[in-house]
Write a protein that binds this ligand. Sequence first.
Ligand SMILES: [Zn+2]
Length: 186
Amino acid sequence: MEPDRFAKLVKKENVTDEGFAINESYRPIALTLQEKFKELKDAPIKNILFVDNLNSKKKAGSKVVFAEIGKIPRRWQDVLHQTTGLYFEFVLTVYRENTANMTRAQIVALIYHELRHIRRDDVGNKIVGHDVEDWYEMYTKLGYNWATTLGDIPDLLGGDVDWDSIEGPAALFTADGEPHKLRVVK
Ligand SMILES: [Zn+2]
């Protein structure tokens, strides 16, 4: 089946009123991030289905969910393969209602964040949790509020930007020495 036809099928809004649309514009970002950051080398980018959720303002508890990545259940991997000829192992969902005010640099950081959830081990690819409340480099170098700040954050795809080149934010800790309350970026 041609990708166009498949896209139209998936784009069709479903009964929960949470329309999904394939968005291939994230794939080149993911591929370029992978070329640049060795910690992403195992992520099977070609086997990720990138979709936007167009309607939901999803929250997990009181926290806004910007994006999430999950493994596609095996039976749906097979159905997708049989209907499209393409093999998808993971689905990365971006919540467009919740990311509408993000800058491009924040979207890039969001894709980086999600890709790091994929880990390869002896039995295959799996989803793992954060090493701190976020990923250590993101927390220390971009700041705990990288997804919500209205200030600039470094563009991880910037030519001379790598983790070593980024100076962390000055105010990771409050005046009383307590860490800022972290927000979970799911
Ligand atoms: Zn996460």
